[in-house]
Design a binder for this molecule. Structure first.
Ligand code: APR
Length: 173
C-alpha cells in the first residue's frame, strides 16, 4: 500500500473512491460533506436517502461506512463514514476514528477498488485535534490487511494540515 499526503480539494480527485466525512443522517452538511454533495450533484442526496435508516434519522452510525456512486464527481464512488465528535479523548474517540478508516478500507476491498482518497475525518467541525487524529488514521491504514486499495491518498485542505499528516506518516511508518 502506498500512502500519499496531498493538499487539495478532494472533490477534484480522479480516484476510484473518495471518502466523505459525513454525519449519521447522510443528508449532507458543511465542510467536506457539503463540498462533495455540491460537486456530485443532487443524485448523491437521492442515493443517500435510499440508504435504509438503522434507527430514526440514522443511516450511518459513528465508526461505520456506507458506499454510493459518485455521480458528477470524477471519483466512481463515495464512501461515507461518520467520525467521532471530539469530547476530550475519553469517549473512545481514537477507537471510533480508527474504525472509520478500517470500515472504509473494508468497503473499498469489497468493491475491489485500486485507489481511495480520505479527508482529515473529524478534524473540522467535529474538533478532533489533527496531531492525534493523523496518528490514529495512519496507524489504522497501515494495519489494513492486504488486498485493499494499493493507492491511498490523504487529501488535506491546507499545507499546514498536510505537514501534520506527513509527520504522522513518517513517525508511524
Ligand atoms: N477537500 C478536502 N478536505 C476538505 C474539503 C475539501 N473540499 N473541505 C473541507 N475539508 C477538510 C476540513 O478542512 C477538515 O480538515 O476536511 C476536514 C474535515 O472537516 P469537516 O468537513 O468539518 O468534517 P468533520 O470534522 O468530520 O465534521 C463532520 O461536519 O460537514 C459536517 O455533515 C458533516 O456533520 C458532519 C460534520
Amino acid at each position: 500500500m502506498d500512502i500519499q499526503i496531498i493538499t487539495g480539494d478532494i472533490t477534484s480527485l480522479d480516484v476510484d473512491a473518495i471518502v466523505n466525512a459525513a454525519n449519521p443522517t447522510l443528508l449532507g452538511g458543511g465542510g467536506v460533506d457539503g463540498a462533495i454533495h455540491r460537486a456530485a450533484g443532487p443524485r448523491l442526496l437521492q442515493a443517500c436517502r435510499a440508504i435504509p435508516e438503522v434507527s430514526p434519522g440514522v443511516r450511518c452510525p459513528t465508526r461505520e461506512a456506507r458506499i454510493t456512486l459518485g455521480f458528477d464527481l470524477p471519483a466512481q464512488y463515495v464512501i461515507h463514514t461518520v467520525g467521532p465528535v471530539w469530547n476530550g479523548g475519553g469517549s473512545r474517540e481514537p477507537d471510533l476514528l480508527a474504525r472509520c478508516y478500517r470500515q472504509s478500507m473494508t468497503l473499498a476491498m469489497e468493491y475491489d477498488l485500486a485507489s481511495i482518497a480520505f479527508p482529515a475525518i473529524s478534524c473540522g467541525v467535529y474538533g478532533y485535534p489533527p496531531e492525534q487524529a493523523s496518528r490514529v488514521a495512519v496507524r489504522s491504514l497501515l494495519d489494513t490487511p492486504n488486498g485493499g486499495p494499493e493507492r491511498v491518498l490523504i487529501c488535506c485542505f491546507s499545507d499546514a494540515m498536510a505537514d501534520i499528516w506527513r509527520n504522522a506518516l513518517n513517525d508511524e511508518a
